[in-house]
Structures are given as structure tokens and as C-alpha cells.
Design a protein around this ligand. Structure first.
Ligand SMILES: [Zn+2]
Length: 305
């Protein structure tokens, strides 16, 4: 029984997962996004075992469930999740497993091509590409020339079996690499590495390339803070200035200024060493930063205005 908590409608995640799940004989609960309390009640009442949604929404559901006195790990049958539509890290996968008891698989797709396209197998070592349907290429973002397997660049997709709308070398804007070594699961199709960002969410801060996924990755290694964050980029004089707002973990919340100062300095130090650029950090109370039910929009770039 799979709960599809991706948006239905023009975003193809909802209907794409819906039809795919029906094809393998699963029962589909089409909850779409929003009304999180009802989603959790339905998950319990209808004994849902799998879910499809964004990783940030899955963690948000865990928080809402906790407030309702429901533990997703102990009080529901949810065990598998197909999560995607935004970049996420191995640390987030561990956090989902530990806090919710859910085994999460990454999925990739674009509405322009055909909705959901590639998914991880049980080995979780990259997305399997169905080569009879899709011809993937990786282009060097600067020269636009194709790159060999193992090198990262922009994913460009040609659909091989479209009936009415030919799509040839569609530029996804997503950054990945092709892996051509065999997967331990035995499937022989090529694979794609998990996404490391988009060509267009890459921030250039004082000449240094920064991906929001790097910040997520760094924050998940710090137990005093939660996984929710916002990035604000502005210009102080001629220099780019990056502020990262981070939520404190509930356990680390304190009235003592000295505790908060220490955590803030620690987070700044970790981010500086992981991004190679100076970052200001602002800590916020647990539960105060925006939660995203669709794709997370974590960057406010005031430099563009
Ligand atoms: Zn495999």
C-alpha cells in the first residue's frame, strides 16, 4: 500500500508514481501534498507500508506526527520511501532511517520528459537508466562537449520511445555523472550518480562555487542543529555575504547565551571548512523555519534584485 504524497496535477511526480505503483499491483492512496495531519491518520488507518514524497516533506511528517503523539517508527507500518524532486544526501537517508524507521530510495524525473525516470535499486548505488527508453549524455558545462563516464556535468536526455513529442538532447540543468561499471544487483544498464546540484542552484560566493546540498550535508553532521535551513545571500559593499539560518535541535535549545554562542561558532567553523568560504550563521528556535511540501526553496539571493 503506497501513499503518494507528491503533488497531483501538472507536476508529474504524483500521477507518475500513481500509475507506476498500480502497474506493479500496489494499492495507491492518492493523498497528494498538504493536510499533513490527515496524511498521518490515513497512513495509520489504511496500514500504509510505502510512501512517495520529497525527503524534506517526509521529515516534516515525522515532526507533525510527533506533535500528534504518533511515532512513525513504532505506530505505523511505513517501511519504505521513494523520495526525490530535490537534492538530498546520504546523511539525510540515515536520519530518515533512524528517526522514522524508513528505508529511503532516491528517484529522479522531470515533468518535461515523462515524469519519474530513474530510481535506485536495493543496492542504492546510483539511479538505473532504462537504456531502451532513454539515452543519457553528460555535457561539460563550459565547453558543452560530452564527458566520459565518471566525470560530472549537466545531464542531457534523449527520449527514445516518445510517440508524439520528440525530445532530443533535453538539457535538464541537473549535475551528475554516468557510471558504467556493473551494479551489484546484476542489472547491466548504465547508472547515474546521485545528483550533486543543479546548474542553476549553484551559488557563487566570492568566486567560490557553493551548492545548498553541501550545506545540508555539513549541517547533518552537527547534532545540535536540525536539518532545516535557509540561505540568504546579499552584498555588503562589493563583497558577497552569505547568511545561513539554522534551526536548533530541540535537545540543544538553551536559554544560556554562552551555549548558543558556542553552537553558532561551531556551525560557522564547520561550514567554513566544508564550503571554503566565510559564512555567518543565525540560530533560530526549533520549528520556526519554513517547511516545504513541494520542492524546497532554501535560497534567497538578494543580489539578483
Ligand atoms: Zn542495481
Amino acid at each position: 500500500i503506497i501513499q503518494v504524497s507528491y503533488g497531483y496535477g501538472l507536476f508529474t511526480g504524483g500521477l507518475g508514481l500513481h500509475y507506476g505503483a498500480e502497474r506493479i499491483g500496489a494499492t495507491v492512496l492518492p493523498t497528494s501534498i498538504g493536510n499533513t495531519k490527515r496524511q498521518i491518520e490515513l497512513m495509520q488507518d489504511l496500514r500504509v507500508t510505502a510512501i512517495a514524497c520529497t525527503p524534506s516533506y517526509l521529515l516534516h511528517m515525522g515532526e507533525v506526527a510527533e506533535k500528534m503523539g504518533v511515532s512513525i517508527k513504532n505506530d505505523t507500518l511505513l517501511r519504505k520511501a521513494i523520495v526525490g524532486a530535490e537534492p538530498w544526501s546520504e546523511q539525510m537517508r540515515s536520519r530518515i532511517r533512524e528517526s522514522l524507521g524508513v528505508d529511503a530510495y532516491d528517484i529522479y524525473g522531470t515533468s518535461e520528459l515523462s515524469g519519474p525516470l530513474f530510481c535506485e535499486c536495493e543496492c542504492k548505488q546510483g539511479f538505473h537508466v532504462w537504456s531502451d527508453l532513454i539515452y543519457p549524455e553528460i555535457l561539460d558545462p563550459d565547453s558543452q562537449e560530452p564527458l566520459p563516464p565518471g566525470e560530472r556535468g549537466e545531464l542531457v536526455v534523449t527520449m527514445l520511445q516518445k510517440d508524439a513529442l520528440p525530445i532530443i538532447r533535453y538539457r535538464t540543468g541537473d549535475i551528475t555523472a554516468i557510471k558504467d561499471d556493473p551494479c551489484p544487483c546484476g542489472r547491466t544498464h548504465p547508472r547515474l550518480e546521485r545528483l550533486s546540484g543543479r546548474v542553476d542552484d549553484m551559488l557563487i560566493i566570492r568566486g567560490i562555487n557553493v551548492f545548498p546540498s553541501q550545506i545540508e550535508h555539513a549541517l547533518l553532521g552537527i547534532p545540535e542543529v536540525a536539518e532545516h535551513f535557509m540561505i540568504e545571500v546579499d552584498r555588503k559593499g562589493a563583497l558577497d555575504d552569505m547568511l545561513v539560518r539554522v534551526e536548533l535541535a530541540r535537545e540543544a535549545f538553551s536559554d544560556k547565551i554562552s551555549d548558543l554562542m558556542r553552537i553558532r561558532q561551531h556551525v560557522e567553523k564547520v561550514l567554513k571548512s566544508s564550503l571554503n568560504v566565510q559564512v555567518s550563521v543565525e540560530l533560530t528556535e526549533p520549528g520556526t523555519l519554513p517547511r516545504f511540501e513541494g520542492k524546497a526553496k532554501r535560497v534567497i539571493d538578494k543580489r539578483l534584485i
